[in-house]
Design a protein around this ligand. Structure first.
Ligand code: AMP
Ligand code: TRP
Length: 327
């Protein structure tokens, strides 16, 4: 059976982009694939985190993944720092990727240039090496991610191929799985930018745990344009197209054919808000239950790590042997 691996950082609050771009596909894929999902707490350390907040966000994110439907009986769900093979393989990856390749990563350029970023950690720069280790440790075939992670999966493939050609067949070369709809959910206020875990009020970001009334308001106020025609055209009508994309990702319908059902922006906004709220309702309810028992979630994560570690340790041993380290 093909293996799927993906990861998500426990920093900031989960939003609609994370859900539609990644998590709904994780949930779907776990039924047909051998699946491994990871809360990548070590990646979160690339930006300064408050220790207590990081701990509570790690548990909370795991509870959200469970609430979305990741089933610990079907998938391996664990926390990255519980499996020490991740940072161990990351060193081998750092020695297999070049400074030039890492310098070309757009995520690094964006994050290191962001307003107010005074301290750019070395970890932020080598981040893709750790991500490559995450993926390669599980002999992964497919990596379900949003469009913004395309480049990181691409560099993982390059690293795997280079390692294999230098030291002999060691790693499976993975492919990304980017969904046809929802791969790039845009900010409702700035449809030229992807929705992200931004700070403060964030009127353009819809959070998975947000109150339905607030979500409705955010969609009502979503930026469209001064025309009134509903048409799917990302270049000319980014705001309207982004609403159609969201509605399409939630309902499974094609955004272009959805466009033909609407004559005005108002009903499109109302229907999109409603579809999103209905999608989130059971997730929010399940999360509220899980939140009551963090000790049980912590236990499940330990069970997940115990299942992940033997797989990771076999692949790490193979890589260490092939590269010439003494066993
Ligand atoms: P992160 O929150 O950066 O750990 O991302 C977790 C997952 O959500 C990754 O697979 C991202 O590609 C995906 N993702 C993040 N933002 C968006 C977005 N605006 N649209 C679609 N997918 C997204
Ligand atoms: N870099 C990813 C993000 O920011 C998170 C991540 C870390 C990841 N390791 C991974 C995603 C391995 C897929 C596979 O979204």
């Amino acid at each position: 059976m093909a293996r799927v691996f993906s990861g998500i950082q426990p920093s900031g609050d989960l939003h609609l982009g994370n859900l539609l771009g990644a998590l709904v596909n994780w949930e779907r894929m776990q039924h047909e694939h051998d699946s491994v999902f990871c809360v990548v707490d070590l990646h979160a350390l690339t930006l300064l985190q408050d220790a207590e907040t990081l701990r509570s966000q790690t548990i909370e994110l795991a509870q959200l993944l469970l609430a979305v439907g990741i089933d610990p009986e079907k998938s391996i769900l664990f926390v990255q720092s519980h499996v020490p093979q991740h940072p161990q393989l990351a060193w081998l990856m750092e020695c297999t990727v070049s400074y030039g390749e890492l310098s070309r990563m757009t995520a690094f350029k964006d994050k290191s240039n962001r307003d107010g970023t005074k301290f750019v950690s070395a970890g932020l720069f080598t981040y893709p090496a750790l991500q490559a280790a995450d993926i390669l440790l599980y002999d992964t075939d497919f990596v379900p991610v949003g469009d913004d992670q395309r480049q990181h999966v691409e560099i993982t493939r390059d690293i795997a191929e280079r390692f294999n050609s230098r030291f002999g067949e060691t790693f499976v070369v993975p492919e990304h799985f980017i969904p046809p709809a929802g791969a790039r959910v845009m900010d409702l206020q700035r449809p030229d930018r992807k929705m992200s875990k931004s700070e403060g009020e964030s009127p353009g970001t819809v959070f998975v745990l947000e109150d339905p009334k607030k979500i409705e308001k955010k969609f009502k106020r979503a930026v469209t344009d001064s025309e009134s025609e509903v048409r799917y055209d990302i270049e000319a009508k980014p705001g309207v197209s982004s609403l159609l994309d969201i509605l399409g990702a939630v309902t499974g319908e094609d955004p272009e054919s959805l466009a033909s059902k609407y004559e005005q922006y108002g009903p499109l906004k109302t229907d999109t808000a409603e579809a999103v709220i209905e999608m989130l309702r059971p997730i929010q309810a399940r999360f509220a239950e899980l939140k009551e028992d963090p000790a049980e979630t912590a236990r499940l994560l330990k069970v997940g790590a115990d299942k992940a570690e033997p797989i990771a340790s076999e692949v790490l041993a193979r890589a260490k042997h092939n590269i010439g380290l003494l066993s």
